[in-house]
Design a protein around this ligand. Structure first.
Ligand code: BYC
Length: 348
């Protein structure tokens, strides 16, 4: 591995590694701190003033190590969520009801994988090579969204994801697109545009089931009953127990707390679900006229912890699919690393 001087902070080592095919850049490995105590106070104050003015921070700008570390963690998890999130719906492409639904679902799943590429690129600007992110995903070191560890038993499960999981993602991403880190915000802008189309497609699928036969309505109600608890988990642990919210809000990486986002989602989508005549499996769910917020049964955070730490119904299957994909793609990566081989002889 060669090393090269850097124009970034001294604590950040820029290196070039020909073994890493997608990127490289400044390594994040020196970023072990969880505090800003050892940062230069003048640089830190200037950085925070820029954030307060609403400026975007770009990859070559000075940033505290903790900001870099938190961004890598969050963007990488987001990228993994997109690539793993393609799987529960992806398994329904061959079984989608009809040609038009099949084409739309195929396009949606391709979009999700594209989102992962945008997000991996954004995370790479902070110094973590893509290969390492993929390894960390497959080895279970990195997290991804809880919700994709549940099975899609029926077509209605797929409709739930396309409508309501995408809706939840949009609530979160529209807010965070106004955040402080340029590459992440630009990726989110593009992602939101595509997700809005997914949302319309998903809503259309659900309206179709809702206005169909009793069997179709029951199928969606059953999906809603099973997916509601993971949907409530999707926005992250309640603010009382969230670990990272405070620092992420201070540096405008997160533009709302987990509870804010959950509440915004309930505000926008509970009425739409009720409008279609479905029930939500939470007897305590109601808008509190005094607080203006939704009351609901506290989600089961023990289940959430189990699922995000690898012990959900489909975690092993999801990671195995990614491991096999990585294994099967190895020859392509090897071939691209050998520029002297400009073409291959056809086998026949
Ligand atoms: N799932 O301090 P907290 C999509 C972890 S994909 C798993 O509140 P933070 C789609 C958290 O990482 C879009 N883990 O964390 C794709 C932390 O653990 P570590 C998905 C979760 O970061 C295909 C610990 O719990 N959206 O839409 O302040 C088809 C403490 O939590 C989750 C994003 O990824 C979770 N739900 O806030 C269809 C949005 N929640 O790292 C659709 C980007 C929390 O300390 N991410 N954890 O080990 C975010 O906005 C924030 O990271 C979160 C969590 C709001 C999710």
């Amino acid at each position: 591995m060669q090393t090269a001087p850097t124009s970034l902070s001294n604590s950040v080592l820029l290196y070039f590694n020909p073994e890493i095919m997608y990127g490289g850049g400044n390594t994040f490995e020196g970023v072990k701190t969880d505090s800003v105590a050892q940062e230069d106070p003048i640089l830190l104050a200037a950085f925070e003033a820029r954030i307060a003015r609403g400026e975007k921070i770009e990859p070559t700008d000075w940033m505290p190590q903790l900001y870099r570390k938190q961004l890598i963690r969050m963007i990488e998890q987001h990228a993994h969520s997109e690539i793993i999130g393609a799987l529960p719906e992806g398994t329904w492409i061959t079984r989608a009801p009809g040609f038009k639904r099949k084409m739309s679902l195929m396009a949606k799943v391709q979009d999700e994988v594209g989102h992962a590429q945008l997000l991996y690129s954004a995370a790479e600007t902070l110094g973590k090579p893509r290969e390492q992110m993929i390894d960390d995903l497959i080895n279970g070191k990195s997290k991804y969204s809880n919700i994709f560890n549940y099975p899609t038993f029926t077509w209605a499960d797929c409709c739930f994801i396309s409508w309501l999981v995408d809706a939840g993602a949009i609530v979160n991403q529209l807010a965070n697109a106004k955040g402080s880190y340029g590459p992440y915000c630009r990726a989110l802008d593009r992602i939101c545009a595509e997700e809005s189309f997914h949302l319309k497609y998903g809503h259309h699928c659900v309206i179709y089931l809702a206005s169909g036969t009793q069997k179709q309505r029951d199928m969606f109600q059953d999906a809603l009953n099973r997916w509601w608890p993971p949907m409530m988990h999707f926005f992250g642990p309640s603010d009382k127990i969230s670990t990272h919210t405070e620092v992420l809000m201070r540096w405008k990486v997160k533009m709302g707390t987990n509870d804010d986002m959950r509440n915004q989602f309930l505000d926008m989508y509970v009425p739409k679900i009720w409008e279609l005549g479905f029930t939500i499996p939470d007897p305590l769910l109601k808008k509190n006229s005094e607080t203006g917020k939704w009351d609901y049964t506290e989600p089961d955070w023990e289940e959430f912890k189990r699922v995000i730490n690898g012990d959900g119904p489909c975690n092993k299957e999801r990671l195995e699919v990614r491991r096999i994909a990585e294994e099967r793609g190895r020859w392509v990566r090897e071939a691209l690393k050998t520029p002297s081989t400009s073409y291959v002889m056809p086998l026949a």
